[in-house]
Design a protein around this ligand. Structure first.
Ligand code: MG
Length: 636
């Protein structure tokens, strides 16, 4: 499969864009004409630059407002096209994109449009160029792919074909079923874009909010499957207009772009394999679609690792012991301690020369690594690497276990642990048991397992993480909620696997003034801000933790008064929630009880949660209460 991306999708000058695109190992580009107009070099110079970088100019775009013109306007449009054909020949670009006419001059006459495009194709043919016709979602008379195809079919010229754009079709709920029945050779180009579902005017939606396949909510897999079934064998290309991408370092965005195409190909390949009909078999036999190692089965969290120094390590250890964790062992060769309670394993790393230390220096005491349990840890790492994640290979001491690991977006380390090792198998080897300091350990507080990990992201990391979670970990995004922090807006949404063994709560600050934005830091990144532990009896757990001196964020009485007015709760339970600063949420599946500790080192909070029934959220609706309480306790 040739992979391509439109230059409009990235930030930077044209040269910088091309270098980033080449570094991400694309085969070609769609040259967006305004990028060329702002470029200093001649067409021949640009062509040489692309050649040097190994990039083909697959498409020259856009040529606007052509089809359906009155006769006198047509002559001028054809002259304009000839000048662009001159330019394309100098660039070495053989395909021009004509998008459907938005001009009020355009006439609603498919036969006229077909005759005019036929004339354009004939002129292109004289120079051995080709023309592709695309339906813009806001075209004056041509908006749907079927309308564009009808005109291409009527024109009936070998140098004229159809350009498909997933955004223009899916944004109008224009059904792609039927594309599979088109003659594949007449589809000249396929542009892919995803997007979040927004209630916006389609032009604003298209020009500011498209994102890469796997980052949004459109059925891009089903769309591309149709083109593959038709026998399309041109490039798979991305055309993304996105305000955040335009201001994000282009090397990062180019990696996301490539990851999105690899994911899209592998998803379509799996669908075709599952369908197994004759057309699917033919498509699989003729198209090489990317095949990463299959998605492994994740069994939940193995451990979470904190980067600290000696002083904060002591403080964190003391807090964990108050929370009922047992200091279970010390690493044989490193300044690393293991804490455990129920199925939860926490690793506190004071290492002086490690990735943990780099994290500590950048962010202070914080989570530096997350470890996932997987039936096949090496396959999980290999899939992540195949999907453009960097391997992480730390130095391993003699006799120590080397964990397959990658670097997640923003620098968090992700380890994969063989599930068969159980809770402690991994640590039996590298850790020596601590003689139990019975006096230092509080009683077990009933914390059973990690419920979810809360990640705070810089705004330009959100789409990256959604795609990473979906492609590498097989997680799907839940509903997104906007919330008020006392100093600005936040957006939060969960990502979880189908079995709900792996849950991440992603949050992004939409304002630079929130505490979260300050925590994520001006450098941008991904910071674990919350670790949620599940209890089977939250009131008992919180009571035990408070008795041991753990401090919780105070929930104002107004909250519980309001709760009593909204929800019919058992009075004894309500009293327990009130006394212990426990918040409540309910969805169609069940109830959620949760309480949040004061943040450790002003950075990471622990949350105690209890899910009752099939509650599937994270109590996000209560976040404004917690954030306001925090702001009251510690004015900004
Ligand atoms: Mg397009």
């Amino acid at each position: 499969m040739r992979r391509s991306i439109a230059t409009v999708s990235l930030s930077g000058t044209l040269r910088q864009k091309l270098e980033a695109i080449a570094a991400a190992r694309f085969d070609g580009i769609e040259l967006f004409e305004p990028d060329f107009i702002g470029h200093r070099d001649t067409p021949e110079g640009l062509r040489a630059l692309c050649d040097d970088l190994g990039l083909a100019i697959e498409l020259f775009q856009p040529f606007r407002d052509f089809e359906g013109l009155p006769d006198d306007a047509l002559r001028r449009a054809l002259d304009r096209a000839e000048r662009k054909f001159d330019l394309m020949q100098r660039l070495g670009a053989s395909l021009m994109l004509v998008c459907s006419n938005v001009s009020p001059l355009a006439l609603p006459e498919p036969e006229r449009a077909a005759a005019q495009l036929r004339e354009l194709a004939e002129r292109a043919a004289r120079r051995n160029l080709r023309v592709g016709f695309e339906a813009l979602a806001w075209g004056r008379h041509v908006r749907l792919w079927r309308q564009a195809w009808r005109i291409v079919e009527l024109a009936d010229h070998p140098h004229l074909g159809l350009v498909l754009d997933s955004f223009h079709s899916l944004s109008l709920d224009d059904d792609p079923a039927g594309i599979a029945a088109l003659p594949g050779a007449r589809i000249f180009f396929v542009q892919m874009a995803d997007a979040p579902r927004l209630r916006l005017d389609v032009i604003d939606w298209a020009r500011h909010h498209r994102n890469f396949p796997g980052q949004g909510q459109l059925d891009v897999v089903g769309f591309f499957e149709q083109a593959v079934r038709a026998g399309y064998d041109g490039p798979l290309s991305l055309e993304i207009f996105n305000d955040v991408f335009r201001e994000t370092p282009n090397r990062r965005i180019a990696v996301d772009a490539m990851r999105s195409l690899l994911w899209l190909e592998s998803e379509v390949r799996e669908r075709l394999q599952a369908a197994g009909d004759a057309a699917a078999r033919r498509a699989l036999a003729t198209r090489l679609l990317f095949a990463p190692p299959p998605l492994p089965d994740f069994a939940g969290w193995s451990f979470v690792e904190f980067a600290v120094d000696a002083e904060t390590g002591r403080a964190l250890g003391a807090l964990l012991q108050r929370m009922g964790f047992v200091r279970a062992g010390r690493h044989r060769s490193k300044a690393v301690s293991l804490y455990r309670q129920g199925h939860i394993r926490l690793v506190v790393n004071e290492g002086a020369h490690t990735a943990a230390r780099q994290r500590f220096e950048a962010y202070g005491p914080s989570v530096c690594a997350l470890a996932l349990r997987s039936a096949d840890a090496a396959a999980a790492r290999n899939r992540a690497v195949a999907l453009q994640s960097a391997r992480f290979d730390p130095p391993v001491g003699p006799g120590e276990v080397a964990l397959p690991s990658v670097i997640a977006p923003g620098g968090l380390i992700l380890h994969f642990v063989v599930d068969a090792l159980g809770d402690d198998g991994l640590f039996d080897n590298d850790f020596v048991a601590e003689p139990l300091e019975a006096a230092a350990d509080a009683a077990d507080a009933g914390l059973r397992r990690i419920d979810h990990v809360g990640l705070a992201l810089a705004p330009d990391r959100v789409d990256t993480w959604v795609l990473f979670c979906r492609a590498v970990l097989g997680l799907e995004a839940g509903d997104s909620l906007k919330l008020a922090d006392p100093f600005g807006l936040l957006r939060s949404f969960g990502m979880a696997d189908a079995a709900r063994r792996l849950r991440l709560l992603l949050s992004v600050s939409l304002s630079a003034r929130t505490r979260m934005a300050q925590a994520v830091g001006a450098g941008g990144g991904a910071v674990v801000q919350q670790l949620a532990f599940a209890s089977d009896d939250i009131v008992a757990s919180v009571r035990a933790l408070r008795a041991a001196g753990v401090r919780f964020v105070a929930v104002p009485p107004n909250y519980h008064d309001d709760l009593a007015s909204r929800v019919d709760l058992d009075p004894a339970l309500l009293q327990g929630l009130r006394e212990h600063d426990v918040m409540f949420d309910r969805d169609a599946g069940g109830d959620y009880l949760h309480a949040v500790t004061e943040a450790f080192a002003d950075r990471i909070a622990f949350e105690i949660v209890q899910r009752i029934g099939a509650y599937d959220g994270y109590g996000v609706a209560n976040a404004p209460v917690r954030l306001a309480a925090l702001a009251d306790a510690r004015p900004a």
